[in-house]
Write a protein that binds this ligand. Sequence first.
Ligand SMILES: Cc1cc2nc3c(=O)[nH]c(=O)nc-3n(C[C@H](O)[C@H](O)[C@H](O)COP(=O)(O)O)c2cc1C
Length: 404
Amino acid sequence: MKRRLPRPNEVLPLIGAPDLRTSPLQRRLSRCATVMDVRAVARRRVPRAVFDYVDGAAMSGTSLRRSRDAFRRVEFTPRVLRDVSTVDTRVEVLGATNALPFLLAPTGFTRMMNAAGEPAVARVAAERGIAYGLSTLGTTSIEDLAAAVPECRRWFQLYVSRDREIAADLMHRAQAAGCDTLILTVDTAVGGIRPREVRHGLTIPPRLHLGTLADMATHPSWWFDALTTEPLAFANLTSTSGPVGDLLTRMFDPTVTLADIPWIREHWQGSLVVKGIQSVADAELATEAGVDGIVLSNHGGRQLDMGAAPLELLPDVAARVGERVEVYVDGGVMSGADVVAAVALGARGVLIGRAYLYGLMAGGESGVARVVDILEKEVRVTMQLLGAPTISDVRQAQVRLRPV
Ligand SMILES: Cc1cc2nc3c(=O)[nH]c(=O)nc-3n(C[C@H](O)[C@H](O)[C@H](O)COP(=O)(O)O)c2cc1C
């Protein structure tokens, strides 16, 4: 091999200078290759109690672990030598087109993750042509979100409270503000027990104490945003300060049953989706009760511990009721391959929870956008490598859950 001295005019162009037109945060986000990378950035940027609220799960964390591990059982049998030069990721979701086979799930307390909160999430959803569900426990009111991002397809997630007047009023407000779908969450007869929240003593609004001062030094931008914007509050509800666990128990009505569906229909004219179904039997009953869709969900493993993984229930549930209602699934989705797997196993679409909240904590609206970019890219590449250029091809694709 003949050697020579390195020449500056050949070496210099290889040294990548940071692009000074973008902020350090943008550069950090653009280096994130996976949702888990975004999670690592999020962990550094927000106080520990906030990160733990999002990342944590009920009791031993078994429901969440199972939900995530179920995706490791997926085995695709790809088809090759098919023209996958163009990919169409669109899917019909309750009467309208969703540009991608996933939607952004309702999550409470969203402005705690980043003061930009729900409007930031909704702007990303609107830009990408996907729906977003606002939670009853949202920190931006139904009306303010509609005014901020009217172009977003907004759903409203309802917790039926003990005081039914409150629930009826929320439905009327959501309808008036242009939400087209009501998500009735039914896996919350009472609030789940989440040790990481209990240890931090999470309250709304957050209490300031000695430890807070130390935290301010390590997460200055979160504290600056939190103290210089509207105080955190459950914007759809009144008089709701105090420990989070107590609030949830007051908010949830453990007497709600399927017999309440006709009452909901009286107050709600749009599509109705029941979220939190965890068995074939309940999927059948909800379908018979006349809902338009169900979400197989264990609330991201935040409610009942040691439950089944929603993905593992999906094939049986889709076979049983998939012709009569739209079946969605959530829990543990961390990649676009997970999304494609769920669709191949019978879901019409997938709801994403923590993944976009990691983005929100890592970098506000830009962080959510980065997560959606990562997921979109992964969905496209997975579809191409699977030999399934459209969602209906994905539904025909060969996929199985390997035996445990
Ligand atoms: C921080 C957080 C708050 C949530 N708040 C709500 C809520 O207010 N209403 C609701 O129906 N589901 C809520 N969920 C559950 C999500 O809608 C979704 O079912 C779950 O996050 C899906 O699992 P994943 O986080 O693994 O994607 C919440 C989830 C998280 C992580």
